[in-house]
Design a protein around this ligand. Structure first.
Ligand code: AMP
Ligand code: MG
Length: 424
């Protein structure tokens, strides 16, 4: 979210943390990203296993793509110079080349001749254009043409997609279906990818029970664990799921230390607010760690705390599931992507319009669950903003299409005002 760096986002007038101004979201993102350097291990994987992994080296075309001039249509290969002067013209069909045929076997096309040709077939020597079969009348071996063609018409030239040696995919590309297609097109059965980034996850809270267990009074189900397992189930992540840990300082410190020893990134949920039972920041420091980002001018997500421990990046997500989800999406997932070596770590935003106006307390940049309800008169998606007090309501994010982004300093949003929107 580059373009969130408007100066209005950087001023946070209303909200303060213990007398100190809260950290603007952009600064939190920049500082968090500066903690992450990409994994450097490389492994070779089969093409089928490359999906969702990160390309370790630039991929250049080892030969021209396409490798030979070929037909873009089903039709007839011709010499464009045969179609000079006034038409119609007649040519004799003297050969045939289908996709996969060696055009050399078909011989050279001579003046006055045409070859039957099909899409993807190599252009025979002597021919320089293809006429679509729809533009030809055929009677036995003779075709009649009523329109001339330019040289090169309906011919895919050797190297027009990618010349030999040109960059096909940059190092750091996340390999999706398109990238797998490009790698296969140059004949590679294996590809060098970066090793997975290892992420250890545990949730804190003495109130948490596992789904499937029964709840005693005061207890709730651990939704963050499953939500974060789902968010972290990526082919480029090696997940160490450490379950839940009670709000006990010693247990939490031990869990932090063991997580930091086995992972590049430690993600926890809960225990980062200012209550007496919020032990994470203190225990991280007691274990020799440091915090770089905390008390953020963000709603939800003010308690998000990011730092380091034993060479691992530490991400303490807030306990409220909506806040955990939002801070993961907007800030922490970008840190994970950077650690994994992905060059593209932006969060994609689109421009939308607010359906209704409202007023608000300034100070924190807000990520408000919103639903797309239609299109405005000028064609932008129009969004309805959901409940003001949404931080603890997981049902609300399930009803929303994304987050409308409200600048920190805004005190009112007019009906029809343009906002950024992060799609979920
Ligand atoms: P905390 O950040 O630990 O103060 O937690 C804030 C709120 O989120 C409290 O109401 C917690 O009960 C709730 N909470 C914390 N962790 C989880 C979790 N793993 N699943 C569901 N709710 C949680
Ligand atoms: Mg807690």
């Amino acid at each position: 979210m580059n373009h969130m760096s408007h100066t209005k986002d950087l001023c946070c007038s209303g909200d303060h943390a213990g007398g100190r101004a809260l950290m603007p979201v952009n600064e939190a993102i920049a500082r968090s990203l500066s903690l992450a350097s990409a994994v450097d291990g490389i492994e070779l994987v089969a093409l089928e296993d490359a999906i969702g992994r990160v390309l370790a080296r630039d991929l250049t075309a080892p030969f021209a793509l396409p490798p030979f001039d070929n037909s873009a249509m089903d039709g007839y290969a011709v010499r464009s110079s045969d179609l000079a002067g006034a038409g119609p013209w007649q040519l004799k069909v003297a050969g045939r080349v289908a996709a996969g045929d060696d055009a050399g076997q078909a011989g050279t096309l001579r003046p006055g001749q045409a070859y039957r040709i099909f899409t993807g077939a190599a252009i025979p020597a002597g021919a320089d254009a293809v006429i679509m079969q729809e533009h030809v009348e055929r009677d036995g071996d003779i075709i009649t043409l009523h329109e001339s063609v330019d040289a090169g018409s309906c011919v895919r030239k050797q190297g027009e997609d990618a010349p030999k040696g040109s960059l096909l995919l940059a190092k750091g590309s996340l390999i999706g279906a398109r990238e797998v297609g490009a790698i296969a097109s140059v004949g590679l059965a294996e590809v060098a990818v970066l090793c997975k980034v290892s992420i250890a996850l545990f949730c804190t809270g003495s109130e948490l029970r596992q789904p499937g267990q029964s709840l005693a009074p005061g207890q709730i189900y651990n939704s963050n664990r499953y939500m974060m397992i789902a968010a972290l189930r990526q082919p480029w992540i090696q997940l160490h799921d450490m379950g839940a840990v009670a709000d006990d300082p010693k247990l939490l410190r031990d869990a932090l230390v063991s997580a930091s020893r086995k992972a590049d990134m430690v993600v926890t949920t809960g225990g980062v607010s200012v209550g007496e039972e919020d032990h994470m920041v203190r225990q991280l420091m007691a274990a020799g760690g440091e915090i770089e980002v905390m008390k953020i001018a963000m709603k939800p997500g003010k308690p998000l705390s990011i730092g380091r421990l034993n060479g691992a990046v530490y991400v303490g997500l807030p306990g409220n599931p909506v806040a955990a989800f939002t801070t993961w999406k907007i800030i922490a997932s970008r840190v994970a992507r950077k650690l994994s070596g992905q060059s593209e770590a932006q969060v994609a935003v689109i421009q939308v319009e607010a359906e209704q106006g409202f007023t608000r307390r300034p100070g924190r940049q807000e990520f408000r669950p919103a639903k797309i309800v239609g299109f405005s008169a000028n064609g932008r998606p129009q969004v309805r903003l959901l409940d003001q007090s949404f931080s603890a309501k997981i049902s609300l994010i399930c009803k929303s299409d994304g987050f409308a982004v409200i600048p920190a300093a805004s005190t009112c949003i007019a009906s029809g005002e343009c906002l950024e929107f992060v799609r979920l």
